[in-house]
Design a protein around this ligand. Structure first.
Ligand code: SF4
Length: 72
């Protein structure tokens, strides 16, 4: 599995977002260097573009991502 294309500029991957409950390293392995198609940030990026990805959206917030995408 290749790394996520967003990885170099992603605030989550580059530790610009607070680490919630020490999940940062786990999510990086699970999403950024694994199933990035399932990452909430990547979902919004792919559907609407980088500018529409909220600063506080974490990889596991898939329901929020779906709502954002539905609203366009
Ligand atoms: S998988 Fe999600 S959090 Fe990780 S680099 Fe890609 S967009 Fe960012």
């Amino acid at each position: 599995m290749p790394d996520c294309v967003c990885l170099p500029g992603c605030p989550f991957f580059n530790d610009k977002m607070p680490d919630t409950e020490g999940m940062g390293a786990i999510y990086k392995k699970k999403y950024c260097q694994g199933e990035f198609e399932k990452c909430a940030r990547h979902m919004v990026f792919k559907a609407l573009g980088k500018a529409k990805v909220p600063a506080n959206l974490y990889p596991n917030m898939v329901e929020q991502a779906k709502t954002i995408i539905a609203k366009g």
